[in-house]
Design a protein around this ligand. Structure first.
Ligand code: UT7
Length: 332
């Protein structure tokens, strides 16, 4: 019998219904559909507009759908991890709130904050619990209400981000499929280029921080772009070389959806045909920790048992990494 691996055995998602188009953004700031499409590759993104709804509400919707789809009872879940940079509150963890909203009572739960690499970082943590044999049914959620921290007067950032949530179930697998390897990195030197200035212990919220618009995303696009292109491609290629995976062998690349040009550069470095790259940035934008599960969810019907898949991401921190997995089930 093979060693226990952690395998994804189901995936679901929730996207809020409101569609924010480039045309509508062009009425808010000095930009155009042409600029956004050519520089970023986004046509529209979803926004959670209802007053009082938060990241946990989208995460809970995705988890409820996942439990139903996989015939799993909430009581059977023994760990839930939520990757997010837009928690409902500074504390408690959004994972605790999601668990409560869906009736998960026998699990411990916590958040992971690794920017746009959050899903990959959380996946590697969840994998260890399953591989050790201590946990049998683990849910991993990537959920973001990015619209709560986007400055809709800043044309450099407001076209980029969107809201949404994706969730996967991880279970033990001894067939040889499942999560094979993760290579993860972080370098805090990059924090100056991408962060939220106020609201933390360094600069607590005050009238001044609100007036200075310091609770929104601060991003210096160009350095982030340069780091992202280099790091995401390097780590994805390193993963291919480490496991002797040729471009022909690889079934799919699941890249973080931050910028079409970054996705294309990564695929080119991997010598991968674009038909093997999951891309939905044009419809959902950058949903930070939710981009990877949203891709898996949209492509689930095309995935076959044994498919070799590399996930790759880059984000605030800086953080980046790649995960190699063999898909564990055929389409149902
Ligand atoms: O997921 C987390 C990681 N984040 C990323 O991976 C984001 C990485 N960075 C990027 O994707 C790109 O840097 C951006 C999409 C953010 C910006 O694209 P860029 O090609 O790097 O543009 P830029 O910032 O160098 O700006 C070029 C010009 C500037 O005008 P001038 O100074 O040349 O006159 C900007 O003011 O484009 C202008 N500009 C815009 N023009 C129309 C910036 N935003 C806009 C806009 N519409 N929305």
């Amino acid at each position: 019998m093979n060693k226990i691996k952690a395998a994804i055995t189901g995936v679901e998602a929730y996207l809020p219904p409101y569609v924010l188009t480039n045309e509508e953004i062009s009425k808010m700031v000095d930009t155009s559909d042409e600029w956004i499409m050519s520089r970023i590759g986004i046509k529209e993104r979803r926004i959670l507009r209802e007053e009082g709804l938060a990241t946990s509400d989208m995460g809970a919707e995705a988890v409820l759908k996942l439990l139903k789809k996989t015939n799993t009872l909430p009581e059977e879940i023994d760990l839930l991890i939520c990757a997010t940079v837009t928690p409902d509150m500074q504390f408690p963890a959004t994972a605790n709130v999601i668990s409560d909203k869906v009736g998960i009572k026998n699990a411990f739960s916590f958040d992971v904050n690794a920017g746009c690499s959050g899903f990959l970082f959380a996946l590697s943590v969840a994998t260890k619990y399953v591989e050790s044999g201590s946990h049998k049914k683990v849910i991993l959620v990537g959920a973001e209400k990015m619209s709560s921290i986007v400055d809709y007067t800043d044309r450099a950032t407001c076209p980029i981000f969107g809201d949404g949530a994706g969730a996967v179930l991880l279970e033990p697998d001894t067939s040889g499929n499942g999560i094979i390897d993760s290579i993860l990195h972080s370098d805090g030197v990059g924090r100056k280029h991408l962060h939220q200035k106020a609201g933390g212990s360094m600069r607590p919220s005050s009238l001044e921080t609100v007036n200075n618009r310091e609770h929104f995303i601060y991003q210096e696009g160009q350095p982030v772009f340069k780091w992202a292109v280099t790091c995401m491609a390097d780590v994805a290629v390193e993963m291919m070389e480490k496991h002797n995976i040729t471009p022909e062998d690889l079934s799919w690349l699941v890249p973080h959806q931050a910028n079409m040009r970054i996705i294309e550069a990564t695929a080119n470095r991997m010598k991968l045909d674009k038909s093997k790259v999951m891309i939905n940035i044009q419809r959902y934008g950058n949903t930070t920790a939710a981009t990877l599960p949203l891709c898996l969810w949209e492509w689930e019907k095309e995935l076959k048992k044994g498919d070799k898949i590399i996930l790759a991401a880059f984000g605030a921190g800086f953080t980046w990494g790649a995960t190699y997995l063999k898909w564990a089930y055929d389409p149902v």
